[in-house]
Design a protein around this ligand. Structure first.
Ligand code: GLC
Length: 698
């Protein structure tokens, strides 16, 4: 049989049955006779003339198949008739055009999708979008009237976070503990202390938080355990497996301490244990023996604990006291800050340079391993597990920045930024600028900043800086780039409760009353009701209430549009709804003895924000006329003093009271950052295309 491809038209594709049939037959090799041989040797006329030409174009065809040539297409026509017509130019050409159009559209769509994906900026993570709210469990909300806050109490107050538009909540330790250090002395890392509830309470809390879109961050306390922990008992009794779980060293009557190391809470970091007949190391209380992370079994134990809580579904860890995880194995004395001081009077953590008890080699490997465990649980969409580390490195900012890890090996999502805790030392615009710059100028490129002004270990900012500044401070935290952390009560301007009678509950206060951390841990002030709404069943609370709770409380402030709370809420909404605050550039604009001013802008977006905050003691008038990128007239969007809202100011005269902060929104087509690169920083950079309302990588 003489085969030829008379009907070669390339590869056709169509879902329409007729087309498929036609394509199939158009591909078939045809015999010269113009038909296909049937089994009996006769030709099937239906297979003739499938070369794409119409019968009209080929008069010979009509002669060959006069009976079919006359038939017009009709519904239900047999295959032979269908084929005869479907390959005619008038059907085939539109079909081919449609087919190639479809191919072109599909390719264009694929190309567009790939381009959009490639150009889209990275999605921001939950811990970047929302501030972190720190709940100090003992003091937040007491559900059962025993005077101590508990897990069910938090569950009752979840609406508070929703009201504030807060998505990330860090809850201080709830593990089984003798509570010598408020739960940072853990007896069992896998159990809930009955004072705070049960494991079921924890699971219910977590489930409800997740159902409300809230994330839960818990404490990981790897440096030490309680001296009541099972491991410590086994270690002091010399169990072969556990004997090196802690840091032990010989000591005796003539040499009662192996070296001069001191505890954070004061006095020697070594305590003699008469069961084992050796000294053990404790960088905190003597009831908090330090774990020995040079022992692989200890490392494995901690990894298992991390797994345990990740399996439960927690969203992240605040890893405490990380700089103290390892000590120098040689146990040499640390150098004294004042070499003339008598060695026997060295008793405070400030007396020594902590060359051998902090930031030791190997420490970052531990954190990298823990981070890797968390990454393994972060793969599911929306289930990113967050890690923040606590390390007070004071002014050794390079050490702090190391906790970000490197661009190849990740550690913390951010190490806590404690530098703004120094804000009260000198309230001036220049000082605040200096503290902000300390972080921005030293943070590794591409990392995410964070800010806080308080926690359970620090005096409340409203007391240390003064109540006048609390609104401006909240405004600062919520408009700087990065994640702010809010210690419970800061959103209403709670102050230290110094009028605490009776013995200090906090270990630091036991050594030195003025260092007590009880004042900043007083119960949350929910309302002016009995016990400030902290509980309503008893008249005792574990720490006394601040007497100002009758005026400074959540309920009263919810009813007052000008309250610290209302302002916190509006600022948080602004932060999360305006792209320049989350994604935009941060630029220093001005600083003097009173005022600190900066702006937030995003490439492509004409809306930008100028912040003017007066941290000085006097009213000030700021002249920004030398900043050509700013329009002459500026409208105050939000002032900490509501009577100044909506005021239109000339940029050469921006008045502020002491403690007043202004958010000024303005429209511009001239960006500030290209002209002042040395004053500007950006983390999650993106550009805006207003024509299509699209954010893209740039
Ligand atoms: C953490 C806690 C602190 C505690 C210390 C020792 O740093 O923030 O309150 O005292 O660990 O456990």
């Amino acid at each position: 049989m003489d085969l030829s491809f008379k009907c070669f038209r390339g590869f056709y594709f169509s879902v329409a049955t007729s087309n498929v049939v036609c394509v199939y037959f158009c591909w078939l090799p045809q015999s010269n006779s113009g038909g296909m041989e049937l089994g009996d040797g006769s030709l099937n006329p239906g297979f003739r003339d499938v070369d794409g030409g119409s019968a009209a174009e080929d008069p010979g065809k009509e002669k060959r198949d006069p009976e079919y040539a006359q038939i017009k297409p009709y519904a239900g026509m047999p295959k032979e008739v269908l084929l005869l017509h479907s390959c005619k130019a008038r059907y085939r050409v539109p079909r081919e055009i449609l087919f190639w159009l479809m191919v072109a559209c599909t390719l264009a769509l694929v190309a567009l999708t790939v381009t959009v994906i490639a150009l889209s900026p990275r999605c921001m993570n939950w811990w970047q979008v929302s501030p972190v709210y720190q709940v100090y469990l003992r003091s937040f909300k007491d559900s059962d009237g025993d005077g101590v806050g508990d897990l069910k109490g938090i569950q009752k107050q979840l609406e508070h976070f929703q009201y504030l538009n807060i998505k990330s909540v860090w809850v201080s330790p709830f593990y089984r503990s003798p509570l010598r250090d408020s739960g940072y002395d853990v007896e069992d890392f896998r159990a809930i202390d009955p004072l705070f509830g049960t494991m079921q309470d924890f699971e219910k809390l977590l489930a409800e938080m997740h159902s409300k879109g809230l994330k839960l961050i818990v404490d990981l306390i790897p440096n030490h355990t309680s001296d009541r922990h099972r491991w410590f008992n086994l270690s002091r009794t010399g169990d072969p497996h556990y004997k090196d779980y802690y840091v032990w060293s010989d000591c005796n009557g003539s040499a009662p301490r192996p070296n001069n190391w001191v505890s954070v809470f004061g006095n020697s970091a070594w305590t003699y244990d008469d069961v084992r007949g050796q000294c053990y190391l404790h960088q905190f209380l003597k009831e908090q023996p330090d774990l020995n992370f040079r022992n692989p079994h200890v490392r494995k134990e901690m990894t298992d604990i991390i797994h345990f809580w990740l399996e439960k579904g927690v969203d992240g860890f605040r890893v405490g006291a990380v700089n103290r995880l390892l000590e120098a194995a040689h146990l040499r004395d640390e150098p004294q800050v004042d070499p003339k001081k008598a060695p026997e009077s060295v008793a405070s953590v400030w007396d020594l340079h902590h060359d051998y008890t902090t930031s030791q080699l190997g420490l970052h490997d531990l954190l990298r391993d823990w981070r890797a465990e968390m990454q393994a649980y972060s793969r599911e969409p929306g289930r990113y597990r967050f890690m923040v580390t606590e390390s007070y490195d004071y002014h050794e900012v390079d050490k702090t920045m190391m906790y970000y890890g490197t661009s190849l090996v990740k550690e913390s999502d951010f190490p806590f930024n404690f530098y703004l805790l120094d804000l009260p030392q000198n309230t001036s615009g220049l000082w605040v600028k200096h503290l902000v710059q300390l972080w921005m100028a030293n943070m590794p490129k591409g990392q995410w900043p964070n800010w806080l002004v308080g926690n359970h270990d620090q005096p409340r900012i409203a007391s240390s800086a003064g109540h006048t500044y609390i609104r401006a401070i909240n405004m600062l935290l919520l408009t700087l780039p990065g994640t702010p952390t809010t210690y419970y009560g800061e959103e209403i301007g709670m102050e230290n409760n110094n009028g605490t009678d009776g013995p200090a509950r906090d270990p630091a206060g036991k050594y030195n009353a003025s260092a007590s951390q009880d004042p900043q841990r007083s119960p949350m002030q929910w309302s002016s009701d009995m016990n400030a709404g902290f509980n309503n069943k008893t008249n005792t609370t574990w720490l006394p209430l601040h007497p100002d709770y009758r005026s400074i409380n959540v309920k009263a402030q919810m009813e007052d549009e000008g309250s610290v709370l209302a302002q916190y809420r509006s600022l948080n909404t602004l932060r999360q709804s305006e792209l320049p605050f989350l994604r935009g550039w941060f630029c220093f604009v001005h600083a003097d003895a009173s005022v600190f001013s900066y702006l937030r802008e995003l490439d492509g977006l004409s809306r930008a924000f100028l912040m003017v905050l007066n941290f000085g003691g006097e009213p000030a008038v700021t002249d920004l006329s030398s900043v050509p990128e700013l329009p002459d007239l500026l409208t105050v969007q939000m002032s900490t003093n509501r009577s100044n809202d909506d005021k239109v100011l000339h940029k050469s005269r921006i008045p502020t009271e002491a403690g007043e902060g202004l958010v000024i929104q303005y429209t511009t087509n001239t960006r500030f950052h290209p002209n002042h690169p040395e004053q500007c920083y950006v983390s999650e950079k993106a550009c805006y295309l207003s024509a299509v309302d699209l954010l893209y990588q740039c």
